[in-house]
Design a protein around this ligand. Structure first.
Ligand SMILES: [Zn+2]
Ligand SMILES: [Zn+2]
Length: 414
């Protein structure tokens, strides 16, 4: 480990003064601009982004052009990333220049009522960080101290960057009685119904199946049937294939009694209503998908009362669930590479978001996660590894077919 950087230090290689970065100027107005490279203040790091991932939350923010909590005044954008320490601010001793790190997108204060009670995700002063879609990103001191993890050898940036959404999902499962810490297997044999097979639904399907649950997936599109199975769903119902999706899902549970746990990852009032009707007596429903603010939903109070149902929701992650998510990825049990279905350069990011806005065509699987490489020429770690033996000049690594239409996304072969 390098000595403490009393006045801060920067990597040997010459860092230019400006960088390319995605800036969200307004609703659906995303531009790639030259902005000053951040400078690490006391306790801070500047990380050279090795890989960033697209996320449904970013798509929401893109549509609206703002996010009350997650987007700051500089309007830098993106929150799932991993990279290399390029600058250390004064006082940083835990990391050295060149270290490969995973900075999470938030850190709790550690002092408020919620932090003291193990609900750091609800911290009164949760500090968010954005700016992953850029060549460099500043990591605030609190995130450096509490929520930046060293990446072990053999784990690539692309996989490490999946930690953030998985941490939210692990927390959702733990809050639903599924244990990922010491005594794994506590949920073995239980039945979970997962509603939705977007990126979050698929993370739930895979994580729940790794925890030993029997997973029934309820999906909308034909292509999601195979995808849900690939990530561990034992049974899949496509809603348009059955007259009554609630009855069909319940019929697949043991004795038709309903699921022990229902995980809702669609974020519509209808999905919330279905979820409540798919649980067994005494079951738990985790309403994970967040519909737009102001949305209301009608629920059958009689059913909730007499069936003794537990309704809960989950928001965000804690430092503890981030670490458990990261351990699961590092262990190799979690098939992180399968979530990375597309690759694009930073310059193509506006096109990537425009294509994410389009309703997916049935039968054509949309991207789960698109990897954004701020430096396309470097191609990222997995790309570089894939290129071994090939031409380093080749912009498209093995396993990635040519451009998919004009979306700016290159497809990874499954
Ligand atoms: Zn995310
Ligand atoms: Zn707090």
């Amino acid at each position: 480990m390098a000595p403490a950087g009393q006045n801060g230090d920067v990597a040997d290689r010459k860092i230019p003064r400006t960088m390319r970065a995605a800036v969200l100027r307004g609703a659906e107005d995303l531009r790639i601009e030259d902005v000053p490279i951040p400078v690490a203040g006391p306790g801070e790091l500047v990380v050279q982004v090795g890989a960033a991932l697209t996320c449904g939350t970013d798509l929401k923010v893109y549509r609206r052009g703002y996010h009350a909590k997650m987007l700051t005044l500089d309007r830098l954008f993106g929150h799932e990333l991993a990279g290399t320490v390029a600058q250390r601010g004064p006082g940083v001793t835990a990391f050295a220049l060149g270290d490969r790190v995973l900075p999470l997108n938030s850190a709790p204060c550690g002092q408020c009522y919620f932090c003291r009670n193990g609900q750091q995700n609800l911290c009164d002063d949760l500090l968010f960080n954005n700016g992953a879609y850029a060549e460099f990103i500043r990591i605030p001191a609190r995130i450096v101290e509490k929520n930046t993890l060293p990446i072990p050898d053999g784990v690539c940036f692309e996989d490490a960057a999946l930690t953030e959404p998985l941490a939210c999902v692990i927390r959702g499962l733990e809050e639903s009685g599924v244990c990922f810490s010491s005594h794994a297997g506590s949920a073995a044999g239980k039945t979970a119904i997962v509603l939705g097979a977007g990126p979050i639904g698929l993370l739930f399907i895979h994580a729940a199946s790794l925890a030993g649950l029997q997973v029934i997936a309820v999906v909308k599109r034909a292509d999601q049937i195979a995808t849900a199975r690939r990530f561990g769903a034992q049974q899949v119902i496509r809603i348009s294939d059955v007259p009554d999706p609630i009855a069909a899902a319940r019929a697949l549970t043991p004795e038709g009694r309903g699921a022990d746990i229902v995980l809702e990852a669609v974020a519509t009032p209808e999905a919330w209503q279905w979820a409540v009707r798919m649980a067994r007596k005494g079951g738990l429903i985790n309403l994970f998908g967040g519909p737009p603010s102001g949305t209301t939903v009608a629920l059958d109070t009689n059913l909730i009362h007499y069936s003794d149902l537990t309704l809960k929701a989950s928001f965000h992650h804690t430092p503890a669930t981030a670490r458990r998510a990261f351990e699961l990825i590092v262990s190799g049990r979690f098939r992180a590479p399968d979530f990375h279905t597309g690759v694009a350069s930073l310059e193509d990011l506006p096109m990537v978001f425009r294509s994410m806005m389009n309703r997916p065509v049935d039968g054509v699987a949309p991207e789960i996660k698109t990897i954004i490489y701020p430096e396309r020429s470097s191609g990222g770690e997995r790309a570089t590894a894939d290129l071994a033996g090939g031409s380093v000049e080749d912009p498209l690594p093995d396993g990635i077919a040519g451009d998919a239409g004009n979306s700016g996304i290159s497809r990874r072969q499954p």
